[in-house]
Design a protein around this ligand. Structure first.
Ligand SMILES: [Zn+2]
Length: 92
């Protein structure tokens, strides 16, 4: 996963694990994230869990890749949500 060169231009000028900022009006900067709803079919209270995204940036051509963090928890959260007996998910 930690490629040493850019897949577009083959440069080695790569910055790993750059923070991806998500601005929301006057509020402090947050991290761009992916969201998994633990109860995706619930009308209310979907019990979302957010996982931060990090970026790998090429400082030669600008190509940028996004990666999710906390992958084991993300996977388990998604599997648990899909495993609900009535499609409403199950609390882990
Ligand atoms: Zn590049």
């Amino acid at each position: 996963m930690n490629r040493k060169t850019c897949p577009k231009c083959d440069s080695s000028r790569i910055v790993h694990d750059a923070r991806v900022v998500d601005r929301n009006g006057d509020y402090p900067d947050g991290d761009l994230s992916v969201r998994i709803d633990r109860r995706p079919n619930a009308f209310l209270f979907k019990k979302p869990v957010d996982f931060k995204l990090k970026a790998r940036v090429c400082c030669n051509c600008g190509h940028t890749e996004l990666y999710a963090t906390d992958l084991d928890t993300l996977w388990q959260t998604a599997r648990t949500a899909l495993a609900g007996p009535d499609g409403t998910g199950v609390d882990p």
